[in-house]
Design a protein around this ligand. Structure first.
Ligand code: UD1
Ligand code: CA
Length: 458
């Protein structure tokens, strides 16, 4: 099968410099949704028709190459003279021996199942249209039937009053035998209310040529909803998020409110996972059995081990959290953080590019960067690994059972030996030997006879 994706329209109502099809839905460009769904049908050719926005669309597609099955070809449509004219730009690239499926780059949520039914209905010799009955069909092409059979499609602006009353609309998505398609496109005229070459006019040609025209229906109206404005984009975003939330609920995940979760990527959950309100998941996030995520957390490309608790307001990115660990509230795990089992990371603790082994704790106000931390280590409040000298980064090693007193600075590269203790306020610039107390603060003294200054009277 050939797939042609129409994406040349300018999307004026988006009020944006970004081409419409590049606006993100669930963190992914609209066009990418369509490409991903099309790719799941294993087309032999995939061609995107672009126009507005200059090189932005081909640049996005170039980044995709290798990630999708079929190579993505592009064709520039300039100027944009209608949907039929758009498909004409793909003609040289179409394989005549297989049908052609036409999709819209701004209709992101059509399911592969619905497209599969459409393609099946078309077979090799029929024209199949994805249609839907709509309560408010205003602005859309109407499906005109005679004795139940589709005879043509009429656009809103060309329709008679009786035709405007028809509620079965053309989604725009259709599957067409390719040799016929080429012939019909060549015969299109722009003699209509909009002066455009309408793809929809091929339907009447099919009827005249005795090619059967059939229809298939999506499972829901939102599957064929297009994005023309930020309002419609926001509506589809909510619909998509609700679909994802429903799928999570059906798999047994507890969502405190399915209307208040945003998944912009892939969220994989084990059994008995609980997610509180306002959380955002990006990239690939895995939550193992029994994980709880408190309200208002952001997890990006993260892996959370069984029984771990993520308390409210945490930000976790490119990080691994071990089983039974407790994170937050207000913790930040940055890229390269790997926490072992039962690690406690408390409020206002930032960890970056560090391994922290089992049962270690940093419960309050600390920065741990470029560090290797052993097991059962206690990192006191206010501890900072000074990993950066303004030019280069260095590692800090803290061995098992070490105790880092509050408000210590560990000036890397430096090692705290096994079981070592650092006194509070230590600025460690040399290695701290194992099993001993190391302390760097000056001795405490009290100044006798000192008195507070008093304000001079004027
Ligand atoms: C089209 C259909 C209409 C259908 C509606 C569904 C035609 C003539 N009409 O309406 O029956 O109900 O879609 O939304 O086909 N595009 C191009 N190049 C162009 C024109 C459009 O690539 O020259 C692309 C747009 O980017 C968009 C899609 O085609 O992705 C549909 O275009 P749009 O203008 O929104 O649809 P209509 O022509 O109004
Ligand atoms: Ca449209």
């Amino acid at each position: 099968m050939n797939v042609v994706i129409l994406a040349a329209g300018m999307g004026k109502r988006m009020q944006s410099a970004l081409p419409k099809v590049l606006h993100p839905l669930a963190g992914k460009p609209l066009l990418r949704h369509v490409i991903d769904t099309a790719s799941s049908l294993s087309p032999s050719k995939l061609c995107v028709i672009y126009g507005h926005g200059g090189a932005a669309v081909p640049e996005m597609l170039a980044q995709l190459s290798g990630q999708t099955g079929a190579a993505i070809e592009t064709a520039l449509q300039q100027p944009q003279l209608g949907t039929g004219h758009a498909v004409m730009q793909a003609v040289p690239q179409l394989d005549e021996s297989v049908p052609t499926l036409v999709l819209y780059g701004d209709v992101p949520l059509t399911t592969a199942a619905s497209l599969g039914r459409l393609v099946e209905a078309a077979g090799t010799d029929k024209l199949a249209i994805l249609t839907v009955e709509q309560a408010n069909p205003f602005g859309l092409g109407r499906i005109v039937r005679e004795n139940g059979s589709i005879v043509r499609i009429v656009e809103e602006k060309d329709a008679s009053e009786a035709e405007r009353a028809i509620r079965e609309i053309n989604s725009g998505i259709m599957c067409v035998p390719t040799t016929h398609l080429k012939k019909w496109l060549a015969a299109l005229s722009n003699n209509n209310a909009q002066g455009e070459y309408y793809l929809t006019d091929i339907v009447a040609q099919a009827v005249a040529d005795g090619v059967p025209v059939v229809s298939a229906q999506p499972s829901a109206e939102w599957e064929v909803a297009g994005v023309n404005s930020k309002v419609q984009l926001a509506e589809l975003e909510r619909r998509h998020q609700l679909n994802i939330a429903t799928a999570l609920l059906e798999k047994g995940v507890t969502l405190m409110d399915p209307a208040r979760i945003d998944v912009r990527g892939e969220l994989v959950c084990g059994r008995d996972v609980v997610i509180d309100v306002g959380c955002v998941f990006e990239g690939r996030v895995e939550l193992a059995d029994g994980v709880t995520v408190g309200p208002h957390c952001v997890l990006v490309n993260a892996k959370v081990g069984a029984g771990a608790q993520i308390k409210p307001f945490c930000h976790i990115e490119d990080a691994v959290v071990g089983d039974k660990s407790q994170i937050g509230p207000y913790a930040r795990l940055r890229p390269g953080t790997e926490l072992g089992e039962d690690v406690h990371v408390g409020n206002f603790v930032e960890i970056k590019n560090s391994q922290v082994a089992a049962h270690s704790k940093a419960n309050h106000l600390a920065y741990v960067g470029d560090a290797t931390v052993g097991s059962r280590v206690n990192i006191g409040a206010g501890t900072i690994t000074c990993n950066y000298d303004g030019a280069n980064k260095f590692r800090t090693v803290i061995e098992d059972d070490a105790f880092i007193g509050s408000d210590s600075q560990l000036v890397a590269p430096v090692t705290v030996g096994k079981g070592a203790t650092l006194g509070a306020g230590t600025t460690l610039t040399k290695d701290a030997p194992a099993g001993k107390l190391t302390i760097s603060r000056p001795k405490q003294m009290t100044v006798e006879g000192w008195s507070r200054p008093v304000k001079t009277k004027k």
